[in-house]
Design a protein around this ligand. Structure first.
Ligand code: PRP
Length: 216
């Protein structure tokens, strides 16, 4: 870890645009080509910030291991990863929710509900709390396929606009939780670079969309 530079892990993909807009609102002078560049490490010219561009599910890993001091990650990814990081600001961006969904009027003929998801931890926890035993099928994407082709009775997945569910003839059975992106911090970095990180946190809180703060 370089002491004078703050390294920020950014999630490529769906959240990336929202995260870049937020950083610009917070006064970070991201280069114009930031969103389109294929480079994975981008240093700012005028401030001691280094951005690393990672797959969203990997952001908490970079932050937990200290390869990045700070990161932006969805609450879904944070809950699923269980990584040991400080969650310091609800940035209020990329809002969506986690839901159980499936075919309308579906009734299972299996002894246990078969649930497809890319969030096995969140899904198991949800059904464990309800006292329901399930068979979990871990998939990596296009989860909505599973109930349509009979692979699962239902899915646990994020719903944003609801378009994917609608276009595939699925309906929501239950909502699990609201999701938004969070600013996360490596605990050791926070001890060693507290002042610099607190300044960033303040800038982010001021620019967040309906922010709340807390370290959980
Ligand atoms: C996510 C999620 C849903 C979809 C929800 O998938 O898993 O499939 O977005 O968005 P909507 O409510 O706006 O339609 P993503 O696009 O990240 O790709 P994936 O299927 O490869 O996981």
């Amino acid at each position: 870890m370089n002491d004078s530079i703050i390294t920020i892990a950014m999630p490529k993909g769906r959240i990336f645009g929202d995260a870049c807009n937020l950083l610009r609102r917070a006064g970070f002078e991201l280069p114009a080509a930031f969103e389109t560049a294929r480079r994975l490490i981008i240093d700012l010219d005028d401030e001691p910030f280094r951005f690393i561009l990672a797959k969203p599910v990997d952001v908490p890993t970079y932050v937990e291991y200290g390869a990045a001091d700070i990161g932006i990650a969805g609450k879904d990814v944070l809950l699923e990863s269980g990584r040991d990081v400080y969650e310091m600001v609800d940035l209020g961006i990329s809002r969506c929710h986690m839901a159980v969904a499936g075919l309308p009027n579906h009734s299972s003929k299996r002894p246990y509900l078969q649930i497809a998801t890319k969030y096995p931890k969140i899904a198991s926890e949800f059904y464990r709390k309800r006292g329901e035993q399930i068979d979990l099928i871990a998939l990596n994407g296009s989860i909505e396929l599973a109930p349509i082709v009979g692979l699962a009775d239902a899915i646990v997945d994020i719903v944003s606009t609801g378009q994917t569910l609608r276009e595939n003839g699925l309906v929501e059975y239950a909502k699990l939780m609201d999701i938004s992106s969070r600013l996360i911090v490596n605990p050791v970095s926070y001890r060693l670079k507290k002042e610099a990180i607190d300044r960033i946190v303040s800038r982010m809180i001021a620019s967040a969309e309906g922010s709340t703060i807390g370290m959980d």
